[in-house]
Design a protein around this ligand. Structure first.
Ligand code: GTR
Length: 402
């Protein structure tokens, strides 16, 4: 009898913990659950914890409060169509500020919605506007003339079209938050958060994508206190590595009302388990600073992932999300990007929202934007173009009631 009791006692102890060890893997499949309650109570927290601990890394506990300084403002930007604002986002301990550049429609009464995104080579490359302040961290000298002259990326930032549609554009340079190379996390914002004696993030702490996403949240802090911006209608957007960042920012900061991923590929919208194009092992080798160190556990070991990248998209639910691909961008695995959007859709349905409106991959230039999960594939290469923006504007109009 005594034996039986102790057996039952040990079994009772073991069963729940065995359950935890053999934790259900969601895999690269549709995220289908019984109820919204179950999603919110069990699965969303587990999936969020997985992305925090094993993919992008936890944000630090310590709070660093930004201070905003308006450096410059003009009502005559873009030939009088726009107001331009340039704001320094100061962080205690950072030698240089994050420079925020905003264009917003001129002559508008009331608050305007906005697109917020990072740029690759400095604010001055998004438009030829000679007044754009060049960040101390942007490529300079020879590079400024050749690699990143003013307006070099203006095709990626069709300001006239966006501002013409009634939206503000707010952008920062990625290198103002954290440089995009493996510098041992010495030069960006990471050191501001180190504990005494700490010299680099722990294995489950944020890498560069996490830091960039944190930077986008500081832009949101600014927008919340700018009375001309409707901070309840802000879409976070990014291309490629900055698309991965936009999705993570959207997942972790619910103030972003929409998240848009343009050609974000591996570690963004694309499913990793397909191993098409860039893989977890390849991305961790080429860009060891992007993710947290724990992500290396999944190099050539995708089956061990608790959930695939559809989990990242589902974390944004019920807020609208848009995933876009390009036909020649095979490195980013367009089909894997589409499937992620599709597999996240059942979570939207739990909230009573239509997810993706199509169940098979649409042809190029046939966007699916009726649901809360939008998708298109555009003919052409890895890039963000006017066509892409036109779809994002339509999608935002629909959800922002415009
Ligand atoms: C590539 C990288 C991709 C993507 C891209 C980009 O080199 O392999 O993951 O992020 O860069 O950001 O343009």
């Amino acid at each position: 009898m005594k034996k039986l009791f102790s057996f039952l006692f040990v079994a009772a102890l073991l069963i729940p913990s065995m359950g935890a060890v053999a934790q259900q893997k969601y895999g690269a499949k549709p995220l289908e659950f019984e109820s919204l309650k179950e999603w919110k109570k069990v699965h969303r927290p587990a999936i969020m914890d997985f992305f925090l601990t094993d993919v992008y890394g936890h944000y630090p506990q310590k709070q660093v409060t930004p201070r905003f300084e308006l450096l410059e403002q003009s009502d005559k930007a873009l030939g009088g169509k726009a107001i331009r604002k340039q704001v320094a986002i100061h962080l205690d301990g950072m030698p240089t500020p994050i420079l925020l550049l905003i264009y917003q429609p001129a002559g508008v009464k009331g608050k305007v919605p906005a697109f917020v995104g990072m740029n690759f080579k400095g604010n001055h490359q998004i438009n030829i506007d000679p007044e754009i302040i060049i960040s101390a961290n942007a490529p300079t000298g020879k590079d400024l003339g050749t690699d990143a002259p003013r307006g070099a990326a203006s095709s990626r930032w069709p300001l006239e079209e966006i501002v013409g549609a009634g939206y503000a554009v707010a952008t920062i340079y990625r290198g103002d938050v954290d440089p995009d190379h493996d510098d041992g996390f010495k030069n960006g914002i990471h050191p501001l958060f180190y504990r005494a004696g700490q010299t680099k993030p722990d294995a489950e702490e944020w890498g560069t994508i996490g830091a960039w996403a944190w930077g986008l949240s500081r832009v949101m802090d600014y927008l919340e206190q700018d009375k001309s911006i409707d901070h309840k209608r802000v879409a976070v957007i990014g291309h490629s590595r900055l698309g991965k960042t936009a999705l993570w920012a959207g997942a972790t900061d619910e103030r972003f009302a929409i998240a848009i991923s343009n050609d974000s590929g591996c570690g963004g919208a694309a499913l990793s388990a397909r191993k098409v194009g860039e893989t977890v092992a390849k991305i961790n080798k080429s860009f060891p600073h992007w993710f947290c160190d724990n992500y290396n556990k999944y190099n050539d070991n995708e089956e061990a992932l608790l959930v695939d990248q559809q989990g990242l998209i589902a974390l944004i639910a019920p807020r609208p999300v848009y995933v876009a691909s390009a036909t020649e961008d095979t490195w980013a695995d367009p089909e894997g990007e589409f499937l992620s959007a599709l597999y996240a859709s059942p979570v939207y349905e739990l909230y009573g929202k239509k997810g993706l409106a199509v169940s098979s991959m649409p042809k190029p230039e046939q966007p699916s934007i009726e649901g809360y999960v939008g998708y298109h594939i555009r003919t052409g290469k890895h890039d963000i173009t006017l066509y892409d923006w036109q779809q994002y504007i339509k999608f935002a109009n629909q959800h922002f009631g415009r």
